[in-house]
Design a protein around this ligand. Structure first.
Ligand SMILES: Nc1ncnc2c1ncn2[C@@H]1O[C@H](COP(=O)(O)OP(=O)(O)OP(=O)(O)O)[C@@H](O)[C@H]1O
Ligand SMILES: [Mg+2]
Length: 220
């Protein structure tokens, strides 16, 4: 089976304002196949968010490679990379990053501004129904519950039918019931053949097959 995500020996360090080098990823390799969902766990500062940003084409590693659907993301031009990001990769963050002045349906449709094959509206309506947001379609995010906001963010991430979904603590701001709902949505995406990588602090997810980061290295 071909990998949706393949990371080979990714290294990344940041430079802080004092000019010091801060290591964040120290040679991480992993593969994620279609239909697979993996949790990423580790202490604060262990490199989890950095890993997700590198995996999603948002942060170029200093060395190593990241391939999505067999294509080396950082060998592409920045325009091509942006195009692959918008078509193949969905992001969900702990802070939902919704557009405050757009109502729910337009937030979900926002990724289609970067291009969409055909009419994105039926897809948006389907996601509204699936995530139980139909009755909120014309409301701005400020009028939604926190759980609803995260479901809008998830629907938006799925608009383009990505192959890879990257979620950075998607349940961090949710209560247990809403967190469980969001996890169910991620699992469903994987069951339908997507690949999912989820950063979590929930010890319940620190299962055997979780990817455990320690100081920028994977300790499996
Ligand atoms: N923009 C930045 N500039 C400098 N250092 C950074 C930057 N972003 C992250 N770091 C450092 O890189 C390391 C890894 O950070 P990262 O955000 O990936 O950790 P994390 O595992 O996601 O932590 P958390 O659980 O707190 O979100 C940390 O030491 C962090 O301080
Ligand atoms: Mg983080």
């Amino acid at each position: 089976m071909s990998d949706i995500l393949r990371i080979d020996e990714a290294k990344k360090h940041y430079r802080n304002r004092r000019g010091e080098t801060v290591p964040a990823l120290d040679g991480v390799s992993l593969r994620l196949g279609a239909g697979e969902m993996r949790f990423v766990v580790g202490a604060s500062g262990s490199g989890k968010s950095t890993l997700l940003l590198c995996a999603g084409g948002l942060l170029r590693p200093d060395s190593g490679s990241v391939a999505v659907a067999g294509e080396d993301l950082y060998a592409l031009s920045s325009e091509e990379r942006a195009q692959r990001r918008s078509r193949r990769i969905g992001f969900v963050f702990q802070q939902f990053h919704l557009v405050p002045y757009l109502d729910v349906v337009d937030n979900i449709l926002a990724p289609s501004l970067a291009g969409y094959e055909g009419d994105p509206r039926p897809r948006a309506e389907e996601l509204l129904e699936r995530f139980g947001l139909g009755h909120r379609r014309d409301h701005p995010p400020s009028e939604l519950s926190v759980g609803e906001r995260q479901r809008v963010a998830l629907a938006r991430a799925l608009l383009q039918r990505p192959q890879l979904l990257l979620a950075d603590e998607p349940t961090g701001n949710l209560d247990a019931a809403n967190g469980a709902k969001v996890m169910e949505c991620l699992e469903e995406f994987a069951r339908e053949g997507g690949a999912v990588m989820v950063v979590t602090h929930d010890p319940a997810h620190a299962t055997n097959d979780a990817l455990r980061l320690e100081g920028g290295r994977l300790a499996e």
